[in-house]
Design a binder for this molecule. Structure first.
Ligand code: AMP
Ligand code: GLY
Length: 432
């Protein structure tokens, strides 16, 4: 079978790499891909939002399954369009993808389904949002533990966590100023305290298959300081989410959400990714994503022993309940993101990357590419903010971490940097 993976990040490299291992897969295409997918698969120069182009390619090349990586094409309705053409495609339809593309839709679904989440209010303009904050927190420097969110997709920049009244009001102005359409509605919610975990599940709308829980590292700097990023590293499994907690999340978060989506005639099929805050009152949903997490996908797929194609096909065919549960490598996996100088702010592209082969040759290491491209001589160049996801397996989280950083040491380019503490959260006292 021929597979088409849509996207160009580390997640898509991991998906293409894993699908390429299936005995039933003859060829994996990635649109548009990066330098890593050019090696492990075959790139096709179609941007992930070119729906007509992707459909045309899938038809002409007799693609048996398309797997959509990022949220943007899902929110644009790529799955609906492909299904209309009789093509098989993994991912939620546009109306179900609203769980990620609209925070208001997500919060309303959670409320209807009685899934634990932060208290929230929805506003249609900045004035009423500001008024709400002033009414509730009358003094400028008063503590105001709230989070202000733009309703729509804002490339991870639409959420501002606030501490004071002033910060909250500024956040409202920043979001409405910066994200016109995406911030037409605002959500203001209670700020939760705790540790964050990512619980991803694959569902066909009926059966829910949870994947091992992971933890991302969103802030740029060690110790979770500095500006927010797309994710500077991830590891799995995490001791934060015990087996009991996973059962609880299945029963009280995932099942009611999938049921609510079905009842509301927006049945969900694909990856349901719950971003959770583990509070002292138990886990609460911060957000849903409707696709694999990046970078969580990389360490999770490193541990998957079963054929990913079997799982994705069973999802598309609505027979996920009929397949054997997947087999997982009992070892831990840690993924360290190497980034460009300046990221998450402005950065330069086009630096040659050295040492990739040495890193990849280390035992139990896989270097997933994110923002990279090949030049005409076959040299790998930096081409984005998050450049590589250096991923390693180990008998313990510490061993996996050690191996991942050993691989990181092999790799060099001008201005390359990474966090040094990926997976240390696993060792926090609250985690043991
Ligand atoms: P979201 O895109 O909704 O996941 O928000 C991005 C990040 O903002 C999350 O990963 C959290 O770190 C933070 N965040 C979102 N909602 C809340 C909340 N209610 N309380 C505390 N932090 C939050
Ligand atoms: N790891 C965060 C995300 O994929 O949105």
């Amino acid at each position: 079978m021929k597979i088409l993976v849509v996207g160009n990040g580390g997640r898509e490299h991991a998906l293409a790499w894993k699908l390429g291992q299936s005995k039933r897969v003859d060829q994996v295409f990635v649109a548009p891909g990066n330098a890593g997918t050019a090696t492990d698969a075959e790139n096709v120069a179609i941007p992930s939002d070119n729906i007509a182009g992707l459909i045309d390619f899938a038809k002409k090349n007799v693609v048996g399954l398309t797997v959509v990586g990022p949220e943007a094409p899902l929110a644009l309705g790529l799955v609906d369009a492909m299904e209309r053409e009789g093509l098989r495609v993994f991912g939620p339809r546009q109306n179900a993808a609203q769980l990620e593309s609209s925070k208001v839709f997500c919060k309303d679904t959670l409320r209807k389904a009685s899934v634990p989440t932060a208290e929230y209010h929805v506003f249609r303009d900045a004035e009423s949002a500001v008024q709400f904050i002033r009414d509730r927190y009358p003094h400028e420097d008063q503590r105001a533990p709230v989070v202000v969110k733009a309703d729509g997709l804002a490339a991870g920049k639409g959420v501002i966590v606030c501490g004071t009244q002033q910060e909250a009001i500024e956040a409202i102005h920043v979001l409405t100023g910066e994200f016109g359409e995406a911030a037409k509605r605002l959500v203001i919610e209670e700020r939760l305290e705790g540790q964050e975990a990512s619980v991803l599940a694959i569902t066909d709308g009926q059966t829910i298959l949870t994947l091992p829980a992971a933890q991302d590292h969103k802030p740029a700097l060690d110790g979770d300081r500095g500006p927010n990023t797309g994710g500077m590293g991830a590891y799995t499994p995490t001791p934060l989410v015990t087996e009991d907690m996973m059962d609880w999340i299945h029963e009280h978060v995932l099942v009611p959400t999938v049921h609510a989506m079905k009842r509301d005639r927006t049945p969900f099929s694909g990856v349901l990714y719950a971003g959770l805050m583990v509070t002292h009152k138990g886990p609460k949903v911060l957000e849903y994503n409707v696709r694999f997490g990046d970078p969580e996908c990389q360490p999770i797929l490193m541990r998957l022993k079963s054929d990913l194609l079997d799982i994705l096909e069973a999802t598309v065919d609505r027979r996920l309940g009929e397949i054997e549960p997947p087999e997982w490598d009992p070892r831990s996996a840690v993924c360290v993101v190497m980034a460009s100088e300046g990221y998450p702010g402005a950065y330069r592209k086009g630096h040659p990357i050295r040492g990739l082969v040495d890193a990849d040759q280390l035992e139990d290491v896989k270097v997933f590419h994110a923002g990279t491209r090949l030049d005409e001589n076959g040299q790998v160049l930096t081409d984005g903010g998050r450049v590589l996801g250096v991923t390693a397996l180990g008998n313990t989280i510490s061993a996996a971490k050690l191996q991942a950083y050993k691989a990181v040491k092999c790799i060099r380019w001008q201005g390359a940097w990474c966090r040094k503490d990926i997976s240390d959260k696993a060792l926090l006292p609250s985690n043991s």
